[in-house]
Design a protein around this ligand. Structure first.
Ligand SMILES: [Zn+2]
Length: 54
């Protein structure tokens, strides 16, 4: 399940939501803290697993 991290512009809190690309494009993301829709996506690497062997 892909999860996306967002930051609320209004209350400055970040949160992660699991949603499909479609839902994400629809812009149905809401801040769980203040119910604001003024959120922006954060690009976070926590989904990335590096399997580099050096
Ligand atoms: Zn908020």
């Amino acid at each position: 399940m892909p999860s996306y991290e967002f930051e609320c512009v209004d209350c400055k809190k970040s949160f992660a939501v699991v949603l499909s690309i479609k839902e994400r494009e629809k812009g149905g993301v809401q801040c769980p803290h203040c119910s604001g829709k003024n959120v922006k996506p954060l690009i976070t690497p926590f989904q990335v697993k590096t399997s580099k062997k050096s």
